[in-house]
Design a protein around this ligand. Structure first.
Ligand code: CAO
Length: 548
């Protein structure tokens, strides 16, 4: 057992800032595991360990400025090794002195293509990037037509240990970009052509096809410490991030980029909480958490694997008017899409004979008026569904989030859809099974009024076990309601009408109410659905049963 230090290798810069730790005390590490991320003004680089063992001490802090030779961590190793860049204790903490200019810096200090920049068309080539291996283009920071200053970032290259911004060696307008994201570049490859201010006196750059991804796709990048610094070139040119398109440059290190690629996280949508807006791993976690807790944001676009509806320019067919969706409209759209895509729906249809119910309701009209309320079919529907839910517990359940179990509810709260000028709202009546028809009638009126006045509180729209969507007043013979997941059932109500019904010996006029019940077929099978519907129909057809 020996305690040894890992020190900063040649990083190609005088000093670079510690911006992220990738290990902590107690971690078991292997040779080449990344220890921390250093960042200079043009490159961020992960510094790999030269030792295998247990991290016993972190010798620097976030924000420290490190130079070559500075001790980073103390590692307890099984065997004593003595490569050139390992020091025995005690640790030296002098990190101020730079070890002189690296080869990469010197190379970049000159114009990369070793040509003086004169007015006219100027070819920008890949400078010495510290490795002979090809390195992948992961971002283009400029577009054709952009004005760039000398030192502005043109593109970002990334190996498995470092990402580096390649600066322009001249000022001018971008005439051509000769590479594409995914291309692999080496020193001397053409990046693009600039038009440098002044008269044109140099021959145009040779036309070159944009470099696409070429095999071998992922270059092997040196991993040993002795090779590592060369993958992190730092330009001497001044940093100028504020070009027109540089705001789109994603500011993240290789590990974060790799993780983002693995999880298909669009880095340009992630806000960085690190120094100068750098994206950290925690930012990716936060982004994923936010996406999961706000499914509506994701579902309004495209579901997994579902092809997007192509955008259309309707104005080519006639004049159009575009109006932003209301907040309620957006939420409804997202909820509908989520339910439609997630819930395998089945809908059963039937008619309830509400002749007696309607006669009873009519007989109560005056009494309702005296009470200052109105008895529509809805309270009867609520009551019938409450009985149906209690007797058919699967309708009063939800599938657990992991799909492994069914959660049965011992309360009966029912939502009802209210059409409002701002969009569809679904207030919830609690404990419908315990309330009488008058009480339900009042609550329907009260909640519908609150909904139309946009005064419903969130709690008044939560906790439903089941929903009723009544379009009866509007007409129609039937429709397929969409289950309001995680509920598993919804009753659609259409317009009642007088129909000739065969009573066994003759056709008699009866008032028939068309009903449609949709349910989640993962939880409810056809027989369950049939039983529920039969019971609701029977209760509405003979309302004396509601009192039982
Ligand atoms: N068949 C025939 N007439 C019906 C009926 C039916 N199924 N349902 C209601 N009616 C009658 C009522 O009895 C009332 O007539 P009277 O004034 O003569 O008594 C009239 O239609 C209007 O009723 P209402 O709409 O004021 O009251 P309600 O209790 O039936 O409904 C509410 C209340 C809030 C559900 C309703 O106003 C509403 O907003 N419905 C729309 C729901 C919706 O948009 N669903 C779609 C969701 S998915 O897009």
């Amino acid at each position: 057992m020996a305690k040894q230090q890992v020190i900063v290798p040649d990083i190609g810069a005088d000093a670079a800032e510690v911006i992220e730790w990738m290990v902590q005390v107690g971690d078991e590490i292997a040779v080449d595991d990344s220890l921390l991320v250093l960042e200079s003004d043009k490159a961020s680089m992960e510094v790999p360990s030269t030792l295998a063992g247990t991290v016993v001490e972190l010798l620097v802090n976030i924000g420290d400025s490190l130079s070559e030779g500075a001790a980073i961590v103390l590692v307890e190793t099984a065997d004593a090794i003595e490569p050139a860049q390992i020091r025995e204790e005690p640790p030296e903490t002098n990190q101020a002195e730079a070890a002189g200019q690296s080869e990469a810096q010197e190379a970049l200090a000159e114009a990369p293509n070793n040509q003086p920049v004169s007015a006219g068309k100027h070819s920008v080539l890949v400078p010495d990037i510290g490795t002979d291996d090809a390195v992948e283009v992961i971002e283009l920071s400029v577009s054709v037509g952009d004005e760039v200053e000398e030192g502005d970032t043109l593109l970002v290259l990334e190996s498995d240990k470092a990402s580096m911004e390649i600066p322009s060696d001249a000022s001018g307008r971008v005439l051509e970009i000769a590479v594409a994201v995914g291309a692999s570049l080496k020193q001397g490859d053409l990046i693009g052509v600039l038009e440098v201010a002044g008269h044109v006196d140099t021959p145009p750059a040779p036309a070159q096809e944009p470099k696409q991804e070429a095999p071998p796709p992922a270059p092997a990048v040196p991993k040993s410490v002795s090779e590592q610094p060369k993958t992190a070139p730092v330009a001497k040119a001044p940093v100028a991030r504020a070009t027109a398109s540089s705001s789109e440059v994603v500011y993240a290190g290789p590990a974060v980029r790799k993780l983002a690629r693995e999880f298909s996280i669009p880095l340009e949508q992630v806000s960085g909480s690190g120094p100068r807006g750098r994206i950290l791993k925690e930012d990716l976690h936060t982004f994923v958490q936010q996406r999961l807790s706000k499914p509506e944001a994701a579902t309004v676009s495209v579901g997994a694997g579902i092809p997007a509806v192509p955008a259309a320019d309707f104005s080519q067919f006639g004049s159009v008017r575009e109006e932003a969706l209301s907040k309620i409209g957006k939420v409804t759209a997202a909820n509908m899409q989520r339910s439609w895509l997630n819930v395998p729906h089945v809908t059963q249809y039937d008619d309830a004979d509400v002749t007696d119910l309607e006669a009873f309701r009519a007989s109560l009209k005056d009494e309702a008026a005296r009470k200052g309320t109105k008895l529509t079919p809805l309270p009867f529907l609520l009551k019938a569904c409450a009985v149906g839910l209690k007797d058919n517990p699967k309708f009063n359940s939800s599938l657990s989030a992991d799909g492994e179990s069914i959660i049965y509810k011992e309360y009966v709260h029912i939502g009802f859809a209210v059409d409002t000028p701002a969009g569809l709202l679904v207030p919830v009546i609690r404990d419908v099974d315990k309330k009488g028809l008058w009480e339900l009638a009042e609550e329907v009126l009260e909640l519908a009024a609150l909904a139309r006045d946009k005064k419903l509180k969130p709690a008044q729209m939560q906790g439903a076990c089941f929903t009723i969507s009544s379009l009866g007043a509007l007409g129609g013979k039937g429709f397929t309601p969409i289950v309001n997941a995680p509920e598993v059932g919804i009753l659609g109500v259409s317009k009642s009408s007088v129909q000739p019904v065969w009573d066994g010996s003759s056709f008699v006029p009866r008032t028939m109410l068309p009903l449609s019940v949709s349910y989640d077929h993962r939880v409810i099978n056809g027989a369950d659905g049939g039983r529920f519907m039969n019971q609701v129909v029977a209760l509405l057809s003979d309302i004396r049963r509601l009192t039982l």
